[in-house]
Design a protein around this ligand. Structure first.
Ligand code: NAD
Length: 358
């Protein structure tokens, strides 16, 4: 199969981990006789430095013309300490999601058995947890009307959802539930918020089309508690932009480290695949970043955008095998297990490639 991929490595460790992700794509192309071609594009701080714009038009044009996007991260400490800066790296990510109509963010949360001890949650609670989050990406307080009044002393952000926005992500989430354990949990705050009442109403309507799927509704506060208390009770979780932002970071602790979690942002055309972590400037340039989230993002791309299930499984199995062999990056190392071998970013990538090339 021929596929054209745009690589947008972005800022900080985005550059380091995405290089490994691209090597994994090359190894898969060679092993399974595919032809992957690449283009690169700028975003975030790197794009601001080069063009003054966090999301140059050329990046959007190239992305739209591609079959999938392999993304790194955006962000720079300069902006983190200056909340008033008008031009910011994260506008690049929000901009590309909007330009490509990426309305659903998928985050699989699954703990590799070898990392049970790296999590802050007790192994007996975690073992067997396997959750697929669907976070809505284009609505909510992130895009509602906002402003200040009373001479700047009162500020407001509007939580807003339209029926079609809930419908389209609900359909994707129900479809996914049908391929898994046929359980769907919708998270809202319908006891307080009108936008959540619309959200729940639409989920209930769509549920009629999927009689085999067992549906439950949880308020976001209860869901936050249940995720830690009993993560195994969840299969597919669907929620809005703000609640999803918070709950998926909470759930990342189930997987032991931010460095292990991949995500897919999809709409009706080109999908974007990225680690959930940021640009991590505290470790940039040190060669210690965990590249496995980028590697697992490649697995999601192969599966979701290209329909290459066997190829995706080969990548996940390579990660599993490397962990079973005791190789770890610093962030997932367990100090109480001296048999582990601590590797840097490139060395970890080399272990994955060795298994894919075998
Ligand atoms: P972060 O995810 O960059 O880092 C959080 C912590 O996790 C840091 O201690 C970091 O060293 C560690 N970490 C993250 N990824 C790792 C990896 N692959 N291997 C080993 N350790 C890893 O979050 P932050 O520090 O809150 O934000 C840093 C910058 O990234 C900010 O500018 C923020 O705006 C941006 N950010 C971008 C995205 C994105 O591009 N999608 C997401 C979150 C944050």
């Amino acid at each position: 199969m021929k596929k054209h991929i745009v690589v947008i490595a972005g800022d900080g460790i985005g550059q380091e981990v995405t290089a490994v992700g691209q090597q994994v794509l090359d190894a898969i192309a060679a092993k399974y006789n595919h032809e992957f071609t690449y283009d690169t594009a700028l975003i975030g701080h790197a794009a601001i430095e080069a063009t003054g714009n966090p999301i140059p038009e050329e990046t959007i044009t190239k992305s739209k013309a591609s079959d999938a996007i392999l993304f790194g991260a955006v962000g720079h400490p300069k902006y983190d300490n200056d909340p008033s800066a008008k031009v910011r790296p994260e506008q690049g990510l929000l901009g590309i999601r909007k330009a490509l109509g990426l309305y659903a963010n998928l985050r699989p949360i699954k703990l590799f058995d070898e990392l049970l001890s790296a999590s802050s949650i007790r192994p007996e609670i975690l073992k067997g947890a396997d959750i697929l989050f669907f976070r809505e990406l284009t609505g909510d307080v992130y895009f509602g009307e906002r402003g200040r009044k009373d001479e700047g002393n009162t500020a407001y952000d509007t939580m807003i959802y339209s029926r079609y926005e809930v419908e389209r992500i609900a359909i994707k989430a129900f479809d996914a539930a049908m391929t898994r354990r046929k359980k769907l949990c919708s998270v809202d705050k319908a006891n307080v918020l009108e936008s959540s009442r619309l959200w729940r109403e639409v989920i209930q309507e769509i549920a009629h089309r999927y009689p085999e799927v067992e549906v439950e509704h949880q308020f976001v506060d209860a869901a936050a508690m249940l995720l830690i208390k009993d993560p195994k009770r969840f299969d597919v979780v669907v929620t809005g932009n703000l609640f999803g932002d918070i709950l998926t970071d909470e759930a990342s602790q189930i997987a032991g480290s931010m460095g292990m979690l991949a995500s897919a942002s999809i709409g009706d055309t080109t999908g974007l695949y990225e680690p959930i972590h940021g640009s991590a400037h505290d470790i940039t340039g040190k060669g210690v970043a965990n590249p496995l989230a980028s590697v697992l993002s490649v697995a999601l791309m192969l599966d979701i955008s290209f329909g290459m299930k066997a190829e995706a499984d080969a990548v996940v199995n390579a990660v599993d095998s490397v962990l079973k062999a005791g190789f770890r990056t610093r962030d997932i190392a367990d100090p109480s297990t001296p048999a582990e071998k601590i590797l840097g970013t490139e060395q970890m990538g080399a272990q994955i490639l060795q298994r894919l090339n075998a």
